[in-house]
Design a protein around this ligand. Sequence first.
Ligand code: FAD
Length: 422
Amino acid sequence: MKEITSSEFELEVLGGGKVVLDFYSTECPPCEAVAPKFEGLAALYGKDIKFIKMFRQQNKPLAERLGVRSSPTLLFFDNGVQLPVTLTGGIKRSDIIHQLDSMLSKERVQEIKQEIKPTVSEFDVLILGAGPGGLTAGLYLCQAKVNTVLIDIALPGGQVSTTHEVSNYPGFIDPQPGYMLSHNMSEQTKQCGTIYKVAVDVTKIDLEKKEVVIDEFETVRAKMIIIATGTSPNLMGVPGEKELKGKGISYCATCDAKYYGDKEVVVIGGGNSAVEEADFISRFASKITMVHQFDALTANKQAQEKLFANPKTSILFSHEPRSFVREGDKMITEVEDLKTNTISKLASDGVFVFIGMKPNIDLFRNKLELDQWGYIKTNEDMQTSMPGIYAVGDVISKKYRQITTAVADGTIAAIAIAKELN
Ligand SMILES: Cc1cc2nc3c(=O)[nH]c(=O)nc-3n(C[C@H](O)[C@H](O)[C@H](O)COP(=O)(O)OP(=O)(O)OC[C@H]3O[C@@H](n4cnc5c(N)ncnc54)[C@H](O)[C@@H]3O)c2cc1C
């Protein structure tokens, strides 16, 4: 692996052979997450592909010329030609491998795969999920000098990092951008010394053995596990949804509302998330039609009043979506009037869906006692039905799912575990 500057670009990158070029920045958590993966893969693929790093801030004109807009960004070159794939953000090891493999012959890829040596690391506590619940548990355990590892399939921060504004987290007079709040939480835990393994593929979870396999080859063992995997948005399960997910149907206003400046949008749902996110989307969109299955919204009064006062928003009560299709650059949402059973079509530029959440328990669904909605049952110390396995945050059975309640769960689990380990 080699670090270069713009002046060496012609020779080192365009001069021939296969090259992967990492534009990184300092004070960049996603860059820190990708660095060990890049280094590990350089050792594996280094005979066939040159691994080169470049500091983006000091080589800005070249970065801009190559279309690099954020850090980290990985570009790939073959014999002086830039390949069409660009990796950026929370880059997984498997994403890089996929691209590297496509640059080599099948036989060579097989030879390289045989060289991969499985690794095993051991910790006192393994936390699965780096949202507010997991990060808080990590902080408390670290401060109690408990050797802890945090594993997340994405970058740290959880749902807060995609929440546009948080106005109810104590300690801040003004509303905080969600990504800043989660960044600060994550940095506090990381700077304490908790080990992070983030933007990884979680291949296998064995709760009995207290073992998690990441990126297929790395086994992480611990004496105790805290599950803090949170929830994911519910899908509607109607025709067209799967196919158009990310291509006109979105589940995240913070991520996608900005693409709908002066455009018309349909929002599905009527609870707090739907109403608050519709309010946010209205900063960009010219018109919002909400589709809600009941004849009244279920969001709190304050949020409802704000929505009713918003001239850009109208609501179709007692309607449910039946299908989605794309016609040219328009999204067509077919909706049924539940009172008359008549079907009509809504044309819009995009659809946002906010119809509740489901717990992320797929990799250990049958191992723990769950409530009737699939959330993990815990006792007051956040212990699950299996010894040594704790669970915190939105993934557990409880009445109120908020940042403050996830943070409280993480605190309790960490204190209980630190005492038990002592
Ligand atoms: C749109 C929206 C707005 C919100 N606004 C507010 C608000 O204003 N105030 C408030 O208090 N609350 C708000 N909430 C709720 C709040 O975000 C959650 O209660 C809180 O994030 C829960 O924290 P958590 O740590 O339990 O889970 P999450 O934040 O969901 O984090 C879970 C983490 O686990 C990871 N993960 C998932 N599966 C796995 C796996 N198999 N292995 C490893 N890692 C995994 C995920 O990548 C994620 O990083 C909002 C939620 C949404 C969706």
